[in-house]
Design a protein around this ligand. Structure first.
Ligand code: PEP
Ligand code: MN
Length: 339
């Protein structure tokens, strides 16, 4: 971290500032230029509040030169992390996986959708049993019965499942029931108690970007999970809120290569929530694949008009199948060895 000192600061004030920093266990490096004085603060500066320093009279500006996320940082862990999702399915480091299924678990149609997405090449079944809805009057999910249906489908098809956990008090239930992957939804991306609770388990966590979350906030959310011991974190770009109203969210495709640069964790794209409309989902899925995502999460429903949630963005199984064939071709193109 560096602190840029105002030109008006006196030698006494500068000395006092340096002593104040050093009294907190940091080393300093003062560099006096013609136009400005810079104090380098050396040590684990994650505990320093940059705003507190900036509030001091003699400080012009404070900048972090190293990121506050350590465990998720590629600098300290250059190789890609590969997460074992169960049932022999690996994600990251060249292993590309597609998670597909309905937004909500609704009943007997789950197994029908699951069979179809598996036949098209999906390797992880998704479905929400506990739903984070903007309105308390909207459908809230089947709860534990939904988990039963997911587990039955998982057993029949020998494929892992990913489903959202909303409440820290439910985490143990998910672990006891053997849920393969816990999803933290966009609305809970900064629910720090929930992040810490899933961090105490070893179950893979699919961590979605917050509704208006920055890339750094997503990485800090991952850091919360990892700092409790669970290193099996998969990040998900699912679109962010912008001024644009033609789509449900704005798909930040940039985030995929940016995250690959900053972190070793696998990154998946969710073109369903990113766009909000079935007619755009395929194209966004192609873009995420081409951008180097380690996987995709796509909502598929056998009868979108009847879906209990997010029918407007669901792909029919036939459209999903077509998308999967093209996604395989895009993967071939971007991983081809051109000599
Ligand atoms: C979902 O996956 O159905 C979901 C609610 O996603 P998000 O948290 O990204 O909105
Ligand atoms: Mn949904």
């Amino acid at each position: 971290m560096i602190a840029i000192v105002k030109q008006t600061a006196t030698t006494d004030q500068l000395e006092h500032f340096v002593q104040w920093i050093e009294a907190r266990g940091y080393r300093t490096n003062v560099s006096q230029g013609d136009n400005e004085t810079i104090v380098g603060i050396i040590g684990d500066t994650t505990k320093i509040d940059p705003f507190l320093l900036e509030s001091m009279d003699i400080i012009e500006q404070v900048r972090r030169v190293s990121e506050p996320y350590k465990l998720a940082n590629r600098k300290f862990h250059p190789e890609d992390t590969i997460v074992d999702c169960g049932h022999g399915v690996l994600i990251g480091g060249g292993h590309f996986q597609v998670m597909a299924g309905p937004c909500s678990v609704e009943g007997d149609n789950l197994i029908e959708i699951a069979r179809a997405v598996k036949a098209s090449g999906a390797t992880i079944l998704r479905g929400g049993a506990y739903k984070p809805r903007t309105s308390p009057y909207a459908y809230q999910g089947m709860g534990e019965r939904g988990l039963d249906l997911l587990l039955e489908a998982s057993a029949e098809l020998d494929m892992p499942i990913v489903t959202e956990v909303m409440d820290p008090r439910d985490v143990q239930l998910f672990v006891d029931r053997g849920i393969d992957m816990m999803q933290i939804g966009a609305r809970n991306a900064q629910n720090f108690n929930l992040l810490k609770e899933v961090g105490k388990t070893t179950t893979p966590v699919l961590l979605k970007r917050g509704l208006s979350g920055t890339i750094d906030e997503l990485l800090m959310a991952a850091e919360y999970v990892m700092s409790e011991g669970n290193l099996n974190v998969i990040l998900c770009e699912r679109g962010i809120r912008t001024f644009e109203t033609r789509t449900r969210n704005t798909f930040d495709v940039n985030a995929i290569p940016v995250l690959h640069h900053l972190t070793h964790l696998p990154v998946v794209g969710d073109p369903s929530h990113a766009t909000g409309y079935t007619r755009y989902v395929k194209q966004a899925a192609f873009a995420a694949t081409a951008a180097g995502a380690d996987g995709l999460e796509i909502e598929v429903h056998n009868c979108p008009q009847e879906a209990w949630s997010d029918g407007a963005q669901a792909l029919l199984p036939e459209a999903f199948d077509d998308a999967m064939r093209r996604i395989a071709l895009i993967r071939e193109a971007i991983t081809a060895d051109l000599g």
